[in-house]
Design a protein around this ligand. Sequence first.
Ligand SMILES: Nc1ncnc2c1ncn2[C@@H]1O[C@H](COP(=O)(O)OP(=O)(O)OP(=O)(O)O)[C@@H](O)[C@H]1O
Ligand SMILES: [Mg+2]
Length: 325
Amino acid sequence: MDIIRVKNLVKSYEIYRKEPGLWGSVKSFFYRKKDFAEAVKDISFTIKEGEVVGFLGPNGAGKTTTLKILSGILYPTSGSVEVLGFTPYDRKKEFKKQFGIVMGQKDQLVRMLPAMDNFLLFKEFYEAPEGEFDKTLEELIELLDVKEFLNIPVRKLSLGQRMRCELIAALLHNPKVLLLDEPTIGLDVVAQKNIRDFIRKYNQKKKTTILLTSHYMDDIKELCERVIIINFGKIIYDGKLADLISRYATEKIIKITATDTISKESLGKFGRVEDYQGIRALIRVPRDRVKSVAAEIISSNLPVDDIFIEDMPISDIVRAIFEGR
Ligand SMILES: Nc1ncnc2c1ncn2[C@@H]1O[C@H](COP(=O)(O)OP(=O)(O)OP(=O)(O)O)[C@@H](O)[C@H]1O
Ligand SMILES: [Mg+2]
């Protein structure tokens, strides 16, 4: 069953341009030149129940705009959006009760209040049944390990601690759909991994449908079987992440460790050398040549200790697609 349906969605923002300088400011006080910027240009996609889909694209591609429309924060300019059978911008309470969103760049919790008080406010809002709410809250507190700082005002928490509380707030009412806009932004690698592990387990257990944006490719690689890539407001790829890699990964990476220093020049014969450290280096090799190059390296008389062959990082593949290569 399709939980999210987006058809020919367009969103333009009204923008007002001002001429530079003081005179420009004075003029704009009387007359503002109205303009439109199309942030989302005719996109369509559907997402099935239980899917975890990665929504990728460079800065300004239109990801947050799309998520805001899916959550009912913004109206579309044209096209249609359906989530759980609701039109999000009708903002029906029944819809909000089944829907959660976390925006890494913007907090939903009241900063003056401790997380626990925030959660209780959400409980009122969602009109959650007593027993069920308490059980869910207890579970989430345990899973996200936030017990120690539940009673400290949110503004005093670290970013990682706050993000875990934001996740709880978004999940307290057991939503069927969860939108995550950069939930790991700014976190250290350990905190990022904890959030990722939580999201994976949560989806496996609850079968919640999740649409996730992140600039960290580890998030995408570990959580999303399918990705939608958007650039300049248009979808340029929608499909399996594995297919994306096999279609667009033009190179493989040979990692070399040596027992003695090997010169950069002698490695350069095999491919493009990167991250050269004398006894360690990466060599980028066209995919169809990787086997023969690896064999050449092994049979050469260089002091090679070991070699590993790896796929190109997804971030490189995605960047190549953004750049239209
Ligand atoms: N409130 C607004 N008014 C005018 N233009 C806006 C507004 N919000 C976003 N935009 C513009 O719409 C485009 C898409 O922005 P959006 O925030 O959706 O991008 P994004 O894909 O989420 O980028 P990022 O990865 O940086 O978060 C950008 O060009 C942005 O400048
Ligand atoms: Mg964004």
